[in-house]
Design a protein around this ligand. Structure first.
Ligand SMILES: C[S@@+](CC[C@H](N)C(=O)[O-])C[C@H]1O[C@@H](n2cnc3c(N)ncnc32)[C@H](O)[C@@H]1O
Length: 207
């Protein structure tokens, strides 16, 4: 891991992920988490403050980047819920089958190198009846915007920590076996379309 990934990227990601638009979207998703929660790609821990301590027993914060975990120290210290780091990637979740009540994904599925493999792991650890709650960005529905997303992604991901602009988020979640109870996709107001097509939802692992 180079200087850019370890020191510069965590500062950039933290700044982008704290923007008012992103904060508004995460504020709708995080307080819905309940029980034992697995947050995949917890980053700088911006979500920690938004968990409802009346609903959440414990959070497993999976984050493979040491730089991001360092950046999260302040949020960890003030978290209203107990947090335990898991320092592995989402493709290798070190938890037992059917052991968590909620999986949370915020702006992470774009970045995980093997998204289907990571979703298969999330499915494995989620209890039947448990929920995957997500707020992500991804593939736009307009052909013109999508063409640009496909064109830009190979270069973009070199500088943006592996972020893909062109992932069909809801489809990937569906393909992993989750059943959507709620889903929404729309361009965020005030955001460039190539990066601002937002997916939010709640999908269940059926009993
Ligand atoms: C754009 S950041 C989002 C961070 C956080 N979820 C948030 O909402 O602020 C993407 C995160 O995914 C993490 N990541 C990268 N590869 C990953 C993998 N294979 N499994 C899980 N997380 C990964 C990155 O280290 C980074 O912290």
């Amino acid at each position: 891991m180079g200087l850019y990934d370890d020191h510069v990227l965590p500062i950039v990601i933290h700044a982008v992920c704290s923007s008012p638009l992103v904060m508004k979207m995460r504020a709708r998703a995080v307080p819905r988490c309940a029980g034992v929660v697995l947050e995949v790609g917890a980053g700088s821990g911006i979500n920690f403050a938004l968990y409802d301590p009346a609903l959440v027993e414990k959070v497993y914060a999976l984050e493979p980047s040491a730089g991001m975990r360092r950046r999260a120290r302040r949020n960890l210290a003030t978290s209203p819920v107990p947090v335990e780091w898991l320092d592995l990637p989402g493709e290798q979740i070190p938890l037992a089958d059917n052991s968590v009540d909620t999986v949370l994904l915020t702006y992470t599925l774009c970045t995980i190198p093997d998204a289907p493999a990571a979703l298969a792991q999330m499915w494995r650890v989620l209890k039947p009846g448990g929920a995957l709650i997500y707020a992500e960005h991804g593939l736009a529905p307009d052909a013109g915007v999508a063409a640009w997303q496909h064109r830009i992604t190979p270069t973009w991901k070199q500088f943006a920590g592996g972020c893909h602009l062109n992932r069909p988020i809801a489809q990937l979640i569906h393909d992993a076996g989750f059943v959507h109870a709620e889903q929404d996709a729309a361009y965020a107001e005030g955001s460039p379309r190539f990066v601002g097509h937002m997916f939010t939802g709640l999908a269940l692992k059926p009993r």
